[in-house]
Write a protein that binds this ligand. Structure first.
Ligand SMILES: Nc1ncnc2c1ncn2[C@@H]1O[C@H](COP(=O)(O)OP(=O)(O)OP(=O)(O)O)[C@@H](O)[C@H]1O
Ligand SMILES: [Mg+2]
Length: 358
């Protein structure tokens, strides 16, 4: 459905060239939601704007429904864009227009008849459950209602692709959940593709199929949301997940700086805590639990624990890690940062069933 191939975009500024997006490739199938996460300035918005050529890439290809958008004439591009919906953080509704007219706007641009437009708007209002607000103005709506109008408007022309830049971050959690579920339902029913930027892991876990992690204009890691959470591969992904999740700060890691700290990812069936005491007994190791959390991923529970093993027992620790891997625990090595307070991943990452663990 959507495929980007080696897309790059730089900006000339008085302070020099900023390489906002570097050599990015990814694919999103019909009925699939790709989440984009990354720190501020990572290049997420620039990348998403490259998809519909609001930003023209310096190089690379953007295939949408089999066509390279970068090769189209302005008119052809305008035409294809009608199949690409966009949702922005601040909704961008027309304040002077009613809910009806806001949603009708893109249909008008397409030259649809009055009757056709009215029927479609009615259908969309039903879909986002706002029929009773047909004649209201944006100022009379709550944030969540505005967002639903924005979604209805983005869907008006039956897009095959939806792009969302922080679509839910302006909303309270309960409203977000409703909007997210609406979005998921839309994608499942209409088999559209979605690329959405999010600053909340909760959002990614709730509706994304896959997540791409961006840093300095590049995708440093891409995986299903489950695998990414269970076993982040890139050194910086763990820290990012932690910061997006607002996982509880570790009280004081300085006491453990000389230890081996690992992040253990586990899913519903695997009960980590008893396993930790089992490992402790079996291998005669003192294991400290440093932090942990359990989250709901769509309908599955995923959790993680940060534990430290004593450094003086490398052989036993290696055996314990092998044992944990055999129990389906996903292991990533982490080390405290210099301030002793936060976890950042170290280069060494254990892959499942992989090699030696000394
Ligand atoms: N029009 C522009 N001109 C110059 N530099 C730009 C322009 N747009 C973006 N940049 C720069 O490109 C880099 C990526 O910006 P971008 O807006 O894509 O980041 P982001 O990941 O969306 O960040 P945030 O999470 O804060 O929205 C930043 O260094 C930014 O300053
Ligand atoms: Mg942005």
């Amino acid at each position: 459905m959507l495929e980007l191939k080696e897309v790059s975009k730089s900006f000339q500024t008085p302070d020099g060239v900023i390489q906002a997006v570097q050599d990015i490739s990814f694919k999103v199938d019909a009925g699939e939601i790709l989440g984009l996460i990354g720190l501020s300035g990572a290049g997420k918005s620039t990348l998403i704007r490259c998809v519909n050529l609001l930003e023209r890439p310096d190089s690379g290809k953007v295939f949408f429904a089999g066509e390279d958008l970068t090769l189209l004439s302005p008119e052809e591009l305008r035409n294809r864009r009608q199949k690409i919906g966009m949702i922005f953080q601040h909704f961008n509704l027309f304040a002077q227009k009613t809910v009806f007219d806001n949603i009708a706007y893109p249909l008008k641009l397409q030259g649809k008849s009055k009757e056709e437009t009215a029927a479609r708007v009615k259908e969309l209002l039903g879909f986002v459950e706002l029929t009773d607000k047909t004649n209201a103005y944006p100022a009379e709506l709550s944030g969540g209602q505005k967002q639903r109008v924005a979604i209805a408007r983005a869907l008006a022309t039956s897009p095959q692709l939806l792009l969302s830049d922080e679509g839910t971050s302006a909303l309270d959690p309960a409203t977000s959940i409703m909007i997210l579920d609406l979005l998921r339902r839309t994608v499942d029913e209409l088999k559209i593709s979605v690329v959405m930027i999010t600053h909340q892991m909760e959002v990614a876990r709730r509706i994304c199929d896959r997540v791409a992690v961006m840093e300095d204009g590049k995708i440093i890691e891409e995986n299903t949301v489950r695998e990414l959470f269970l076993e982040p591969k890139h050194p910086r992904t763990i820290a990012l997940i932690r910061s997006l999740d607002e996982e509880r700060p570790l009280s004081d890691l300085s006491a453990f700086v000389d230890d081996n700290i690992y992040r253990l990812g586990f899913s519903g069936g695997e009960v980590a805590r008893p396993l930790i005491s089992e490992v402790s007994r079996k291998f005669g190791l003192d294991i400290n639990l440093l932090a942990g959390d359990i989250n709901l991923l769509q309908d599955e529970q995923l959790g993680w624990l940060a534990v430290s093993f004593p450094k003086e027992e490398p052989v036993k620790v290696a055996q314990a890690l092998v044992f944990l891997q055999e129990q389906n625990i996903h292991i990533s090595k982490v080390e405290p940062t210099a301030d002793g307070n936060s976890l950042s991943a170290q280069d060494q990452v254990y892959s499942r069933g992989g090699g030696n663990n000394g």
